[in-house]
Write a protein that binds this ligand. Structure first.
Ligand SMILES: [Zn+2]
Length: 654
């Protein structure tokens, strides 16, 4: 999901400051259990009790355990779009495999279109005209039937409507290792604005969160039944999908998966252009603007047409359909990088296929090889939203602005589409990790706007500003407990800043990258918790980081290093200097001190954050310099850290 743009964030910062917003340091949430901590040890360095305790499912060093399991959900989805009636009717065969050790007598499914019916929780929590609001639309999932197939016969199951989740009492209990099959049909009216995740614009439709997806049943929390309020995204099981979408013949469909019936829905010219594009690192136009006006875009124009897609090992499918899509394709290592856009967006979107190609190349080369056969960027009313192999974006001001969104939404294929964390509870595990990897991608695409360190420095300055204005909040609050105006800088930017600090100032790039790749490899196509991330970073990175996880994710302390005192004495050409470094806030970071000398030279002294572990407010060092004297000392002169008060960072000799 796209975060608020910087101008909007700045407006929040200044309005909050003007209102004199006050915020005190939050207490650690319940996850930070007190039990194993030393009695009365309230230090930032105290051991952090993570959850769950290591067990056969999740190991103490952050790997899936010997008996790790997750459920599996395979879907055959059939959808028919009524463009005149602005509605969707659909059916599915769902095969749900119980890999847990538990016999299940019920399952939960997501009925997220219910967010858009009158008096939904969504409509009561969010302003109706807002980004995540329902805009007073009378929609909602309407089931035509919901059957479980038992011994070859369909048996109706009992449903309990709980808003955006629905409880399904099974007609027959589901034992460990067994698969239950369901036959479901439903329909709904398509909202114009579906919480900025799906919707329509004239004849263009974007469909997402549109079928009854099985909720995740996991070893950590059992059934994850958090409602869909709009801001929190989703948490789904992996499986294989067959998708068929029936639309008017004049429509072009983009979807998660591989197109299976090109010969039925494309012209021979388009099929031959696609073959060229599959070997081209430059975009090839499959459907041009002229094709749209001349009628060459479609093999026929009357009646309906069914597009069939297949997707392997994904946690969701989404699609978009428009009669006005231009279509460009290039490729990287045989993976198709595609862009679908209306002529009205062509001025920047003619770069989108190439932007998509560079995004999958960058993330593949740096972190983990993209495992899917294609990626599609689709233009439409949704400002920025991610699904497996499909990224939705809107028109943009310029190519930089477009890349910012394209590479962000495509980056979500790594977090959370490959690494399947629970977005509705731990928002930062996808938005924050993704924002961090975006800094490398943006720097690679447009180095003229700054290298990765410069991108990270800009994010750090923003987080420092939120602390100075006292409007910052803890990251681990989760998406549904955060003022939407604070969501961006808290979940996206602050997480990214923390990972940058961890990489550059705490673990070092080599250790960080080793650990970060290990996290992706260990948890690809699985369901990691924050604990699994923390343990992997410690175990592979090689440092205990209780203090960092506490200060960066659970609590929200500020950072303020200072030079408390400097005493210099000269004897026989040697200057003896005693410096007391101060830490005036609860948060701790490494010390970066730059000494400037009488001979015009400088020297940096860097100390790890652990120097604060025995005395978290004062750290004393003595130095001897021969043939030169100290003229000034500056803390963090290159602004590589976060510091809410930089006026106490310098000392100058009289
Ligand atoms: Zn996002």
């Amino acid at each position: 999901m796209l975060q608020l743009r910087s101008a909007a964030v700045a407006a929040v910062l200044f309005s909050a400051a003007a209102a004199g917003a006050q915020q005190t340091t939050a207490v650690a949430p319940a996850q930070t259990a007190e039990s194993r901590r030393g009695v009365g040890d309230t230090s930032i360095f105290a051991a952090l009790d993570l959850y769950p305790s290591p067990n056969v499912y999740r190991t103490g060093d952050g790997r899936p355990g010997a008996h790790y399991w997750r459920q599996r959900a395979d879907y055959d989805l059939r959808a028919t779009l009524d463009t005149g009636g602005k509605s969707l009717s659909a059916s599915m065969t769902l095969r749900y495999t119980n890999n847990s050790p538990d016999t299940l007598t019920f399952i939960w499914v997501q009925t997220e279109q219910n967010a858009f019916r009158s008096n939904s929780l969504n409509s009561l929590v969010f302003a109706q005209g807002g980004r995540f609001g329902s805009r007073n639309f009378e929609g909602g999932d309407m089931f035509d039937h919901f059957n479980q197939v038992v011994n070859g016969r369909s048996a109706a199951v009992k449903l309990r409507d709980n808003g955006t989740v629905t409880k399904v009492d099974l007609a027959q209990p589901l034992a460990p290792g067994k698969t239950a099959t369901f036959d479901v049909a439903w329909h709904f009216a398509i909202p114009e604005h579906g919480a900025d995740r799906m919707g329509r614009d004239g004849s263009l439709f974007e469909l997402a969160q549109w079928y009854p997806r099985v909720n995740v049943y996991d070893d950590v929390r059992g059934w994850n039944t958090e409602p869909y309020l709009g801001q929190g995204e989703f948490y789904c099981e992996y499986g294989d999908f067959n998708l068929s979408v029936t639309v008017p013949a004049g429509y072009i469909v983009a979807a998660t998966g591989t197109l299976e019936n090109a010969r039925e829905v494309l012209t021979t010219t388009q099929i031959s252009r696609l073959a060229t594009a599959a070997k081209s690192d430059k975009p090839v136009a499959i459907i041009t603007a002229e094709d749209l006006t001349s009628g060459a875009a479609r093999p026929r124009k009357t009646g309906s047409m069914t597009w069939r897609f297949k997707a392997h090992n994904v946690r969701d499918v989404a699609w978009a359909a428009s009669p006005d899509y231009q279509w460009d394709v290039s490729s990287w290592q045989g993976i198709l990088a595609q862009a679908y856009y209306r002529p009205s967006a062509a001025v920047n979107w003619n770069d989108a296929a190439d932007q998509s190609r560079m995004s999958i190349q960058e993330y593949s080369e740096r972190w983990f090889k993209y495992p899917y056969p294609q990626i599609s960027a689709v233009e439409g009313p949704i400002s920025g939203m991610e699904y497996p192999m499909l990224a939705m974006e809107t028109k943009s001001r310029d190519k930089f602005d477009l890349y910012n969104v394209v590479t962000h939404e495509i980056g979500h294929n790594w977090f959370p589409m490959i690494v399947g964390s629970n977005e509705r509870v731990h928002f930062w595990q996808d938005e924050g990790l993704n924002t961090f990897i975006n800094t490398f991608s943006e720097a690679r695409r447009y180095p003229q706007n700054g290298d990765q360190m410069q991108r990270a420095a800009e994010e750090r300055a923003q987080i420092e500003a939120t602390q100075r204005l006292n409007i910052d909040i803890p990251i681990e609050l989760g998406p549904d407990r955060i003022d939407p105006r604070k969501l961006g800088f808290t979940e996206y930017t602050k997480t990214s800043v923390g990972l940058q600090l961890l990489r550059q100032e705490i673990l070092g790039p080599e250790a960080f990258d080793d650990a970060f790749r290990a996290y992706i490899n260990r948890w690809a196509f699985k369901h990691p918790t924050p604990t699994d991330f923390f343990r992997t970073m410690e175990s592979v990175g090689g440092q205990r980081l209780d203090w960092f996880w506490r200060e960066w994710f659970y609590e929200d302390p500020h950072f303020d290093q200072a030079i408390e005192s400097v005493q210099a004495t000269d004897s026989s050409g040697v200057q003896h200097v005693v410096v007391v470094y101060g830490n005036r806030a609860r948060g701790v970071l490494p010390i970066r001190a730059r000494f400037s000398f009488s001979d015009g030279t400088t020297q940096d002294f860097i100390y790890p954050a652990l120097v604060w572990s025995t005395n978290s407010s004062r750290y004393l060092r003595e130095y001897d310099f021969t043939g030169k004297t100290v003229k000034r000392i500056d803390l963090d002169p290159d602004r590589r850290l976060v510091d809410v008060d930089r006026t106490n960072n310098s000392w100058m000799a009289k």
